[in-house]
Design a protein around this ligand. Sequence first.
Ligand code: TXA
Ligand code: MG
Length: 354
Amino acid sequence: MKWHYSKRLVLKTEIIKIINPTESYPDIERAASIIRAGGLVVFPTETVYGLGGNGTDPAAATKIYEAKGRPSDNPLILHLAQPSDAESYAVTNENYYRLAAAFMPGPLTIILPKKPTVPDRVTGGLPSVALRCPSHPVAHALIEAAGLPIAAPSANISGRPSPTNARYAIEDLSGRVDMIIDGGDCEIGLESTIISLNRDGALLLRPGAVTYDALCCVLERVEISPAAMGEMTADDRPLAPGMKYRHYAPSSPLVLLDGPDEAFICYIKQKRLTENCAVICSPEEARAIGGENLVLTGDNDDYPAQARRLFSALREADKLGCDVIYARKPRADGLGLALYNRLIRAAAHTVVKI
Ligand code: TXA
Ligand code: MG
């Protein structure tokens, strides 16, 4: 395995704001021409920001790995304008089109056997390719204007939380890409659901806003991989290769607390007497706890709001420089499964029953 990371990459990064792609079409065109010329453009999607390059060009894939500091055996997702564009890059099947009709464009990535049009560099040498059609108007306009599939991982330095606004993408990638498009806050805040159709049936590899229950409404049989539940044993061969790398890890240790509302408040109040800790909590919990180093997320029953806030909250909590960060362990159902999957890995499986 080769690591691509160089501190010497100092590009002049242009930062532009695009809210309405129709009004800003000349800017979209300029961004698209950078991609066509082999350059890198960070762009907003409905899930998280992506770090995009020409998905048919192995040299662009190498540049993406370098800019992100990502191992080159961790494959990239190809972003398409239309579900039917998949025909040029993958061997599709009936289940692909059933899923596409239900969830595309949107936060779903589908893995299929690849065609030779996709460079091995993009798939990290795998015989399969990941495909997704983002619904974000800026992402869609950019892919269409580029006239090619855009290979894009999340626009963070490898190992940091995915950026859900341009500020965090700039923090990580300024000087490492040609352009960053600021399209405001991401609506969902967690990366897309990934499902593999290249085995005998369907396997959920990464939970996201398209939930397991929603997938089961469309497909007869969906298995959940241990990786999707956040589980990983030393000798597991990861089916989504990204799952084997440490992800979303704050530099202060994160501890998940598992228990009822009152127990959480009591536990935190007690800990704060002796520990320098940061707490990721709901506005209501913050009022009950009081004091400093409280990072707000959504209300306890509002999983979409928690999803939108999670990665920003992790970055903000980390910046407080406390000795430990506490957060609540979400219920692993519906969108909660995606929150649980990201948090359990950020916490390196440290859960305290309270
Ligand atoms: O929402 C998203 O999916 C965002 C936005 C930018 O579209 N992208 C994103 O990409 O999260 P990335 O590279 O950070 O995560 C993609 C995951 C990685 O864990 C990678 O290993 C997995 O998808 N993956 C890609 N191709 C694969 C393949 N052929 N087989 C299995 N896993 C694959
Ligand atoms: Mg990522």
